[in-house]
Ligand binder design. Structure first.
Ligand code: ATP
Length: 175
């Protein structure tokens, strides 16, 4: 048993912050919310499209960043314009033509986040969104989360690093 008794509901503009020690089940909870894992007990219901930021960035390492993002954007119906503005939002426009494999750790994390932004999905499920980010990038992430919520989006973030998510429902697993 990883955790029990987790119960929450998030509406437009709301957020949840999942915390807990290594191995407590934060990623597991995110994966359950995304529908990738079935809970042993209980149910998850959602209305609206979901964008998942998982540990893997899910971008083709050999493709230039913009084209790797285009792959997902084409599926989501966003197109190149959505990719361009997502890259600008995470300040990766200067490396848009660089193969994904050459990106730094923090740039790769921001690239994965750009995929979430470009998806235009109202529900963001974020597993360790601040991993590998420097202080300026964390501040930008916090700003982008606030903008998403202000537009009626929902955020559920699992993190062991402190990130500002004002008014978020605290969800502590594994204690
Ligand atoms: N298929 C599996 N079978 C058994 N145990 C598993 C399986 N998958 C994951 N676990 C265990 O479940 C626990 C929860 O893992 P999870 O990745 O959700 O933790 P976490 O809180 O995200 O940890 P971290 O902070 O290290 O990222 C871990 O102890 C892990 O070893």
């Amino acid at each position: 048993m990883l955790f029990a008794g987790v119960s929450l509901a998030l509406g437009p503009g709301e957020a949840a912050l999942v915390t807990g020690p290594n191995g407590a089940g934060k990623s597991t909870l995110v994966r359950i919310c995304a529908g990738l894992l079935a809970p042993a007990m209980g149910t998850v219901r959602s209305e609206g499209r979901i964008a998942l930021l998982a540990e893997a960035h899910a971008l083709d390492p050999e493709l230039p960043l913009a084209r790797a993002l285009d792959f997902w954007s084409a599926l989501d119906g966003g197109g190149p314009q959505a990719v361009a503005s997502a890259l600008a939002a995470v300040e990766l426009a200067p490396v848009a033509q660089l193969p994904v494999r050459l990106l730094s750790t923090g740039q790769r994390r921001r690239a994965a986040f750009a995929r979430v932004i470009a998806s235009d999905a109202p529900i963001w499920l974020l597993d360790e969104p601040a991993n590998g980010l420097d202080a300026a990038a964390i501040a930008r992430l916090e700003h982008l989360l606030a903008v998403h919520r202000a537009a009626g989006g929902i955020v559920l973030a699992a993190t062991h690093l402190p990130i500002a998510l004002p008014g978020a429902v605290p969800v502590e697993v594994g204690r």
